[in-house]
Design a protein around this ligand. Structure first.
Ligand code: ATP
Length: 271
């Protein structure tokens, strides 16, 4: 796989967070909306799939892939859309979205209504590992998506997703452990955990939770011949997480440049 290319693309996308590009009015744009347990992210690409803009907001409006605060979710998408439109100089009209694998039709529709209620026509609904693989181009291996609430796993054989699983234990659990250990409020612990200069201090405290995530992965890949794991999702950003996962699963573990942006980017690429 051409890993360097996807890392380059992610680097370009990262730059647009602070420096969105101006585009011509009415230029055709590809938009991806990722409604997550911890973050709502919008990625905008031009028609040649070059990154244009990326906005995100911390939001607890989705739980276990289900929309639990419909109005809250819609308002955030509307706000992010408006922020981007002001920065890039044109209106966003359509978007692709993604749902966790196995999400039923009814729940997928709720995701669609949130985004359409915010003024974007939903032109495609993907499942999350398929979106991630648009960026990673894995032929055989497993995508491990460690997000806010869960550790998800999708086994890919010959470019097809052949098995999926999703279990509780994600970044929120790491934050709870940090909050307990340092006697901090959840929000403070969340920021502490994510701060680059605190990660070496935080790491030993959260190792047992990471081992739990690794054991989830280990249990689910037993029946398959998985040779490589690819980490995506916000929690995979934690420095050193790949070493624990590799040690516990005994499977080569690869971490893209910014695991947090892989799925949102893949969603936009399929608009
Ligand atoms: P889920 O996949 O469970 O539905 P989600 O899609 O909202 O949730 P992500 O946005 O992939 O999840 O990840 C959110 C989690 O990633 C949060 O717990 C957040 O604290 C964590 N996170 C984000 N950035 C970092 C970082 N730099 N270091 C450690 N953790 C991080």
């Amino acid at each position: 796989i051409d890993f360097k290319n996807s890392d380059d693309l992610i680097s370009q996308l990262e730059k647009t967070i602070d420096n969105p590009k101006k585009v011509n009015k009415d230029e055709e744009l590809l938009v991806g909306v990722d409604l997550g347990t911890a973050y709502i992210v919008i990625v905008v690409l031009d028609k040649d799939k070059n990154p244009v803009a990326c906005e995100m907001e911390f939001a607890q409006v989705i739980r276990d892939g289900l929309v639990v605060d419909y109005i809250g979710a819609m308002n955030i998408v509307r706000k992010l859309k408006k922020n981007i439109e002001e920065k890039i100089g044109t209106e966003l009209t359509k978007a692709a979205i993604a749902v966790p694998p196995g999400t039923g039709e009814k729940d997928s529709k709720t995701h669609r209504y949130v985004v359409e209620g915010a003024g974007l026509e939903v032109v495609n609904i993907l499942d999350e590992p398929t979106a991630a693989n648009e960026v990673l181009h894995i032929t055989d291996g497993a995508i491990v998506d460690i997000g806010g609430g869960t550790t998800g796993l999708s086994i890919i054989e010959d470019k097809n997703v052949v098995y999926v699983a999703d279990e509780a234990t994600g970044g929120t659990h790491l934050t709870l452990v940090v909050a307990g250990s340092y006697k901090m409020k959840f929000e403070d612990a969340e920021n502490f955990k994510k701060a680059k200069d605190k990660q070496s201090e935080v790491f030993p405290v959260v190792i047992p939770v990471i081992q739990k995530m690794a054991s989830i992965v280990h249990n689910h890949i037993q029946k398959y011949d998985v040779k490589e794991l690819y980490l995506v999702g916000g929690t995979s950003c934690l420095q050193g997480i790949e070493t624990i996962i590799e040690k516990e699963t005994k499977v080569k573990t690869i971490k893209p440049k910014n695991p947090f942006l892989v799925t949102p980017l893949g969603i936009a690429m399929n608009c």
